[in-house]
Design a protein around this ligand. Sequence first.
Ligand code: GLU
Length: 441
Amino acid sequence: MTVVTRFAPSPTGRLHVGNIRTALHNQLWARRCGGRFLLRIDDTDAERSEERYVDAIRRDLDWLGLTPDGEERQSARFAIYGARFDALVAAGRVYPAYETAQELDLKRKVQAGRGLPPAYDRAALRLSDAERVRLEADGLRPHWRFRLDHDAPIIWDDLVRGPQRFEPATMSDPVVRRADGSWLYMLPSAIDDVEMGVSHVVRGEDHVSNTALQLQIFAAMGAEPPAFAHGALLTGAEGKLSKRLGSLGVDHFREAGIEPEAVRALLARLGTSDPVEPFVDPEPLVASFDFARFGRAPARFDEAELAALNARIVHRLPFERVRDRVPGAMGEAEWLAVRPNLHRVDEAADWWGVVEGPVANAVAEVDRAYLADAARVAGAIDWAEEPWAALTGALKVETGRKGRALFMPLRLALTGREHGPDMATLLPLIGRERTVARLTA
Ligand code: GLU
């Protein structure tokens, strides 16, 4: 079997962390199986879909390292939907219905009052030809419903949720096309899954009941259904469904200095029993990705966890991944020296500022004489070996200082700060000339 997955966002807004997770899982599964990962733009709703969101979705996926292997747009496929629709109408599986929204609302209220499930009562199926003609003569245009088969329960084995069962008799025949001819989500999605050879539908658990309906649509089209994997929802760190999650997307991550590798490493493992690890390369995430490892409980997305993971990833990023984002004069050695101190890549510029100077004169008056000694020693030691060890070793012997009294005045004079990268790594970058100048300043 050729594995084909699809990520199918509606271009009515930016991607948020929940969508990003779905996109990633689709991509990882396709990679794991040597298959194809498609982007399907669900833009049947012309009113709500916007081109700027289509562009943003593509850019966001590129930034995340989730560039699809192919792209399709539903708005370019209406003729395909029309042909499948006509066949389903001819087979009696799709039928016209004439109720207005108000009428349907009233029916639901009556059903609720009687303690019945709010399923559509199929009144339209009982209309005679004469009644239909009269309704249309009154100027009513029908919308269209898919007629569910009530004979047997709908069952499937979900790759995340396990065995699933729905009773079609308790469900409404879904509306698949509006009176103005426009398409709702349900039918085009199933048609595309057939036409594009989608083998695995990977999406959020909010689509579980759609899957029950779509399984009958696949059967009505005479098509083998794909496999389904419905991921549990994400919640905020407090364990509650959080509004904030809906606003966390690529722009937010970029501004927070989060690397795409960190987003991927977290979202690939969140909700599984596997540990979240700071993988820089995609391979280990691909190799370990398996729907069976995901639980059914909501997964907690914690921004603090992402930031901490991000720092661990920054500590491992090779120079070629950051070259364009660090000061031009910084080379590999400089990157490797400052990398362990960073939470985010753009902090490298701060540290580069410390190497190149000028640095703040933060030295206490009482240490002036000590620093004058240090400047003299710094001018005399061998800089080719380990200048920090040589400098502090000589000063220890000469002045009798040790510990903080030995190191801190040097760090302050050389970097202008109390904390920072390991001085042994930093000192060769600062170099003899700047070291002597800063110690005598
Ligand atoms: N456009 C739908 C959504 O964003 C796609 C659902 C699906 O994957 O089938 O929810």
